[in-house]
Write a protein that binds this ligand. Structure first.
Ligand SMILES: CC(C)(COP(=O)(O)OP(=O)(O)OC[C@H]1O[C@@H](n2cnc3c(N)ncnc32)[C@H](O)[C@@H]1OP(=O)(O)O)[C@@H](O)C(=O)NCCC(=O)NCCS
Length: 162
């Protein structure tokens, strides 16, 4: 049975250790740091589970961007102080479950959460520091590269609310 839960509701280290998405840092983050950062109130991690197997996960945190990160059209509309954003700090799907729509499902869950957060606190954009090989995945869903940071992509909340 497929379920979706916060990592705080799920603590089996053995299951987290079996997660293998093809990227060592993303595997290691899940086992070593996701729960630590949860306790430190730094980020929130959610798991997609197939019974006790981790299918995928994402981690969200707040972030801000300098106005210089945006293109001339957006710059004209923005104030000259840090622009509030939500960062997809991590997003990964286990190799066995990739290319079956799970990444898309997780991204939709992220978007739902970010829309909900944006009703009580200002959020200009959802951003991600993408791995090179995943840039096209994010572009596929409307993320656009920023002016100043090569691998950072953004999706404005105004676009999501339309
Ligand atoms: C990137 C990743 C999360 C995608 O998850 P996934 O479950 O394989 O993707 P999905 O099956 O949900 O694909 C959704 C859509 O994105 C497209 N897509 C998936 N990966 C893509 C890629 N690397 N480049 C371009 N398009 C991609 C699919 O074709 C699909 O298109 P459709 O909606 O028209 O059918 C997953 O491959 C992964 O975990 N990779 C390794 C870790 C990683 O790089 N994470 C990102 C860190 S920033």
């Amino acid at each position: 049975m497929i379920t979706f839960k916060p990592i705080s509701h799920y603590c089996s280290n053995d299951c987290l250790k079996k997660f293998e998405c093809g990227n060592k840092n993303l595997n290691e983050y899940l086992v070593k740091y996701a729960r630590q950062n949860e306790h430190k109130q730094i980020s929130r991690t959610f798991l997609l589970l197939d019974n006790l197997t981790v299918v995928g996960y994402f981690t969200l945190a707040t972030a801000d961007l300098d106005i210089e990160s945006f293109g001339p059209e957006e710059k004209k509309k923005l104030p000259n102080y840090p622009i509030p954003c939500i960062r997809i700090a991590r997003l990964a799907v286990d190799i066995k479950y990739q290319s079956k729509g799970h990444g898309k499902y997780l991204l939709k869950e992220i978007i739902k959460k970010v829309i909900s957060i944006s009703s009580v606190v200002g959020v200009f954009a959802l951003i991600v520091d993408s791995k090179n090989e995943s840039i096209e995945f994010y572009e596929h869903f409307g993320f656009k590269s920023l002016e100043t940071k090569d691998n950072t992509l953004a999706l404005p909340i105004a676009t999501l609310l339309k």
